[in-house]
Design a protein around this ligand. Structure first.
Ligand SMILES: [Zn+2]
Length: 165
């Protein structure tokens, strides 16, 4: 592997570990947790329109889900935030899926929901697996088979991010 990519890869792994530890620590006294992360293809993953998407998504979670923002931050993998939800895990996940699906920029965010550290899936609340932002396949299929290059994906992500209302 290219040395630059392997260093970036290691930094991302370390950042994920750090996020995980922070989340565990902060969520200790809360039952239902929402974890928002931005899913931006390529680099950089911060600044400009991406900061705008993050801000709008935080506001949308606060407007739609009775919750409290516990933490927001940015690392090499991008923006993320942790909320405590005051409603049931299932209702929290349904409302999160609707935010992901009813907004153009929603394609760029992942809203994961946990109770006592266990994640609930989209399928658990009757939603389908997420589709790729470029074609009609399931996201996991395109990622696994490297169907699209980063440049194409980033270009589409920029278009979606510009649709912020
Ligand atoms: Zn695709």
């Amino acid at each position: 592997m290219n040395q630059y990519l392997s260093i970036i890869g290691k930094k991302i792994l370390m950042a994920r570990e750090e996020r995980y530890l922070k989340k565990i620590k902060i969520s200790k006294n809360h039952k239902c947790i929402i974890e928002l992360s931005l899913n931006i293809p390529g680099f950089p993953k911060s600044g400009g329109i991406w900061a705008g998407v993050f801000k709008v998504c935080i506001r949308s979670i606060q407007d739609n889900i009775p919750s409290q923002l516990l933490l927001y931050n940015i690392d090499i993998a991008g923006y993320y935030a942790v909320f405590s939800s005051y409603i049931s895990l299932k209702d929290t996940k349904i409302k999160s899926c609707l935010i992901e699906e009813q907004n153009m920029w929603g394609r760029l965010v992942d809203i994961d929901c946990f109770e006592n550290g266990v994640k609930i899936s989209r399928e658990d609340v009757g939603f389908k697996e997420r589709k790729c932002i470029l074609c009609n396949n399931y996201n996991s299929v395109c990622i696994r088979n490297h169907v699209h290059n980063i440049k194409e994906l980033r270009c589409e992500a920029e278009k979606l991010a510009k649709n912020i209302e």
